[in-house]
Structure formats: structure tokens, C-alpha cells
Design a protein around this ligand. Structure first.
Ligand SMILES: [Zn+2]
Length: 209
């Protein structure tokens, strides 16, 4: 815990100076250009991997960078509310769904029967089951059983699945059809810092270079 308190003081006394002008400009408004949907994983740092400043990304993070399909509900919906605010009020021009290698949320699906002690995690990742079944089928067809492959396939298929879910939001699909918003799918490799961008024409993830 001491590390956290020391970090706060260090930031204020040294690092903050670098961002003084930006924060002064942002003190009473924000105008982010991008909604970034990423995994809660501690190794994914959206501003770091995109080299962006405070104020540029509106960020939603949850286990396995999930976007629930649109639904009208009386429940309190965290992800859905943040999407609504980013698109309808902040008017972001781009939405990025960013998955990553070695995603524990995606891997949890393989052992979902052992997650009874984590009922909320179990329910959350269960929403990814259709992607998991799709990938298992795909691996069967390809006659590949390599776990590493399966892991990457699943993590990438999950990104495409969440991109499709985004388009179930009426206000997003309207803007998308009018060319007013772009939806991107990214796959980040932890050990190399590489980001692969989904190409809907080739249906492959291609290295951003
Ligand atoms: Zn993850």
C-alpha cells in the first residue's frame, strides 16, 4: 500500500509537471476521440500502448473486453451506460475493442465448471460461450489441437464477436451505416508490444506497422 501513496506524491511533485498544460486545458471538459474497450488485465495499459495523452481515450475495462449485446433493461448496466455516454454525449469517432494474448478471462472458459466459487465471474465469462464453441468447432475442422493456437484463435474470435455486439446498439449501427463512426478490433501481444488490427475483408488480424 505504501507504494501507492508514494506513487501519488511522486506523480504530483514531479510527473504532473509534464502534463500541466494538458490537465489545465481539460479541467472543465473532455473531448476524447476514441472509446477504448479493453480487458481489466493489469498488463494492458491503453494510453501507453497507443501513446496517447489524458483526454484522448474514454476507457471501459472489464474481464475479457466484453460488450454485452444491446438490451433495454431496468438493471444497472455499467458497460452499456459507458458506451451510451461515449457515443451519444462525447461523440467519439472511433471505438476500439482491444483483446490481448494470455487473457485469463478467455482462458477461464475452458474451466468454467471449476468457477463455482466465483459466481459473478462465471456468469460474466459465460456470455462468451458462443465464441468458445465456435472456436472449438473451428479447431476440429482444422484438425489442430495446439493449445497455443486455440488460445489465440479464441482471443481473436472474441474481439470480432464483441465488435458485432457493438453494432446491436441502435445508435452505434446508425452512425456506423452513415460512416460517422469506425469500429476497430485490436489484438495486443503482451511480450512484444505489437498490435494487430482486424481486417474485415480478409477476416485476419494484421500487424499495425
Ligand atoms: Zn484479458
Amino acid at each position: 500500500m505504501d507504494k501507492l501513496f508514494k506513487g501519488v506524491i511522486d506523480f504530483r511533485e514531479s510527473e504532473f509537471d509534464r502534463y500541466k498544460d494538458i490537465f489545465s486545458r481539460l479541467s472543465d471538459k473532455q473531448s476524447p476521440h476514441t472509446l477504448f474497450v479493453g480487458c481489466s488485465d493489469s498488463r494492458i495499459v491503453p494510453n501507453l500502448i497507443t501513446n496517447t495523452d489524458p483526454g484522448e481515450l474514454f476507457i471501459i475495462r472489464n474481464i475479457a473486453n466484453s460488450v454485452p449485446p444491446y438490451r433495454d433493461s431496468d438493471d444497472v448496466l455499467a458497460t452499456t451506460s459507458a458506451i451510451e455516454y461515449a457515443v451519444q454525449v462525447l461523440n467519439v469517432k472511433t471505438i476500439v475493442v482491444c483483446g490481448h494474448s494470455n487473457c485469463g478471462g478467455c482462458a477461464a472458459l475452458k474451466k468454467i465448471d471449476k468457477l463455482d466459487h466465483l459466481p459473478h465471474v462465471k456468469r460474466w465469462v459465460s456470455s462468451l460461450m458462443p465464441v468458445y464453441e465456435y472456436v472449438v468447432d473451428l479447431m476440429k475442422d482444422k484438425n489442430e489441437s495446439d493449445e497455443y493456437h486455440e488460445e489465440w484463435y479464441f482471443e481473436q474470435a472474441n474481439i470480432v464477436y464483441q465488435m458485432k455486439n457493438l453494432l446491436t446498439y441502435p445508435y452505434i449501427s446508425e452512425k456506423y451505416n452513415r460512416g460517422e463512426i469506425t469500429v476497430l478490433g485490436w489484438y495486443y501481444i503482451i511480450e512484444t508490444g505489437e498490435v494487430y488490427n482486424y481486417n474485415p475483408i480478409t477476416t485476419k488480424f494484421e500487424l499495425i506497422k
